[in-house]
Design a protein around this ligand. Structure first.
Ligand SMILES: O=CCCC(=O)O
Length: 450
């Protein structure tokens, strides 16, 4: 059995990758076990030296690695290179800060009592194709700095990226087994979850995948962090800077060809400013240059797979049948989905109810700010949201009412190594990044000394 890497722009098969046999997988699990025995005893300084070297390796190879990302999943080359740079920055950040994040914490008791943070073993990550470097380094850099070892099951269309990341770890001097990519099929996932060395599972992916993996992890009593789907609200109030909001709205919906969990998907605009906002938003969307993602100047590439384009086209068609009005775009050819804007989307329509994973922006008109918040919260997902208003105090109060793991005011929603990231409701649980993220897969040991 082979996994195929298919260039989404040309539809050419660019590589084939063998799936591990069960015997090969067992060998890798054993390697994890032996690597952990040594790795957990290394000092923060020893780990940091290698992690900083990894950052250098990534930066030195950012053009080649960027091209690999673009060839495997279709992201425009500038975004691919930026992704490699962001991943390198994450390595530097945890190299510098892991030790202070994992300091002992003391309690006010008559005896000496504290929490200490011990590594737990292997963290098993199941990662998606949309940010094939960032999402991997986002979990791996903190986990490895904390003394854990890691196993990666990457999405089957980006195995080239998974292999390149593993090679970068080895080139940076990490011992074999500290970071391993395992090309496995879904039926093999349970044996990894069940393995004694595996004590934590982190998944970024769909709600369905999260539910299946969390069930298996529950069966084997293993902790999970789940970063699942989103249908982020982008709320525009009467006093917003409409020009800026419309510019960032287009960026937030169309970056990575609309294929990010934290892309804004539902644009909830108060009636008074809706016509003006839609007209500015439409201008921004129309100006985007779509084409071959390796060419300079192109601002949006294809979707990563044909089935994704088909699903999005169905969602668009049904939403139009349900009363939405097409303002811009709508054409689909192979994996190329034209940046599209629809208006007058109702809360019962597909574009509102389902996650739309591609360049389809849906505008929903709200009566006033309370209605806008109610519409934003009227959803199964709760990953992130943005609010646009010039009144920062009001924004703070409204942000506290939003049901989401992340809220940004007057800005693009983005992840950042320093700030915890994750969702609520069906968008998942647990946090990645920041001091909270690094502690998710640690044994927080209470230590009492009389
Ligand atoms: O797809 C979701 C992740 C995007 C990000 O972490 O910036």
């Amino acid at each position: 059995m082979m996994f195929k890497s298919i260039n989404p722009f040309s539809q050419e098969v660019i590589a084939e990758h063998e799936v591990l046999t069960n015997a090969q997988l067992n060998y890798k699990l054993k390697l994890s076990e032996s690597a952990f025995k040594d790795w957990k005893t290394t000092s923060f300084q020893q780990r940091a030296d290698k992690m900083q070297r990894l950052a250098v390796v990534l930066r030195e190879n950012k053009e080649t690695l960027g091209l690999l990302i673009t060839h495997e999943m279709g992201k425009i080359i500038a975004e691919s290179i930026a992704e490699v740079e962001k991943s390198a920055g994450n390595c530097d950040f945890y190299a510098e800060h892991a030790e202070e994040m994992l300091q002992d914490e003391y309690y006010n008791t008559p005896f000496r009592s504290m929490s200490v943070y011990d590594p737990i073993g292997a963290v098993f990550a199941i990662m998606p194709w949309n940010y094939p470097f960032w999402q991997v380094l986002r979990f791996a850099a903190p986990a490895i700095m904390a003394g854990n070892v890691t196993l990666l099951k990457h999405s089957s269309n980006v195995i080239g990226c998974a292999k390149a990341i593993e090679s970068a770890f080895l080139e940076a001097g990490f011992p074999e087994g500290v970071f391993q990519q395992i090309s496995i099929e879904i039926p093999q996932v349970e044996s990894v979850i069940a393995a004694n060395i595996v004590h934590g599972i982190t998944l970024t992916g769909s709600e369905g995948a999260g539910s299946s993996v969390a069930s298996l992890a529950g069966k084997h009593i293993k902790k999970t962090v789940m970063e699942l789907g989103g249908s982020d609200a982008f709320i525009v109030l009467n006093d917003a800077d409409l020009e800026k909001a419309a510019h960032v709205a287009a960026q937030s919906r169309m970056l990575n060809a609309g294929q990010a969990c934290i892309c804004a998907k539902r644009f909830i605009v108060t009636e008074k400013v809706a016509d003006e906002f839609v007209s500015l938003f439409a201008q921004n969307i129309k100006s985007l240059k779509q084409g071959n993602p390796v060419q300079e100047g192109i601002q949006m590439g294809p979707l990563a797979r044909l089935d994704l384009a088909k699903t999005l086209a169905d969602q668009l068609e049904k939403s139009l049948q349900q009363g939405a009005k097409l303002i811009v775009g709508g054409a689909v050819e192979s994996c190329n989905f034209q940046p599209t804007l629809i208006d007058f989307v109702s809360v019962n329509s597909i574009a509102f109810q389902e996650e739309t994973f591609g360049p389809l922006a849906a505008v929903i008109r709200a009566k006033d700010e309370n209605d806008a918040i109610a519409i934003a919260n009227n959803h199964r997902y709760g990953l992130a949201s943005a609010i646009w208003t010039e009144d920062r105090e009001r924004a703070y109060k409204l942000a506290r009412k939003i049901e989401a793991g992340n809220v940004f005011v007057n800005s693009l929603v983005r992840s950042d190594s320093r700030v915890p990231f994750g969702g609520i409701k069906k968008s998942g649980y647990g946090r990645e990044l920041g001091a909270v993220g690094i502690k998710e897969f640690m044994n927080m040991k209470s230590l009492v000394i009389e």
